[in-house]
Ligand binder design. Structure first.
Ligand code: 2BA
Length: 109
C-alpha cells in the first residue's frame, strides 16, 4: 500500500478529482497554502496499491498544468543589510508536487 500526496494548483484540483474518481481511486482533498507564495493550493491524499501508483501519476501528469505566477516577495535591494522592497518575482508553479510514501498499516475501524 502506498500514499500518494499530490500538491496541485487549485484550478486543476476539480478536474483531477474527477479523473481519479472516474478511475476508482479513493481521494481526500485538503485545502493547503504554499509556504513561498503564501497562496492557496490543494493537497490530495490518494491511498492505493503499489502497482497502481503509476496509474495515479499518469492521471496527475495529464491533468495538472505548469503556470507562471508573480509574487511580490520581499527582495533585498541596495547594498546595506536590512534594505527590503516589494519587487515582483516570477516563479513557475507545478504541474504538481508529488510524494509517494509507504503505508505501514491501512485499516478502517
Ligand atoms: P509554494 O511554496 O507557494 O511555491 C510556489 C512556487 O514558488 C514553487 O513551485 C517554486 O517554483 C517557487 N518556490 C518555492 N520556494 C522557493 C524558494 N525558496 N525560492 C525560489 N522559488 C521558490 P512548485 O515547486 O511547483 O511548488 C508548488 C507548491 O508545492 C509549493 O507552493 C508548496 O506548497 C508545495 N511544495 C513544493 N515543494 C515542496 C516540498 N519539497 N515540500 C513541501 N511542499 C512543497
Amino acid at each position: 500500500m502506498k500514499l500518494v500526496i499530490a500538491i496541485v494548483h487549485d484550478e486543476d484540483a476539480h478536474e483531477l478529482l474527477e479523473q481519479l474518481n472516474i478511475n476508482s481511486f479513493k481521494v481526500t482533498k485538503l485545502a493547503s497554502t504554499g509556504g513561498f507564495l503564501k497562496s492557496g493550493n490543494t493537497t490530495l491524499l490518494i491511498g492505493t496499491k503499489a502497482e497502481l501508483v503509476d496509474d495515479v501519476l499518469k492521471i496527475v501528469k495529464d491533468t495538472c498544468n505548469t503556470r507562471t505566477e508573480v509574487t511580490s516577495a520581499n527582495t533585498v535591494v541596495g547594498s546595506s543589510a536590512g534594505s527590503y522592497m516589494a519587487m515582483p518575482l516570477e516563479v513557475t508553479v507545478g504541474g504538481a508536487t508529488v510524494f509517494v510514501v509507504d503505508v505501514e498499516n491501512y485499516m478502517k475501524v
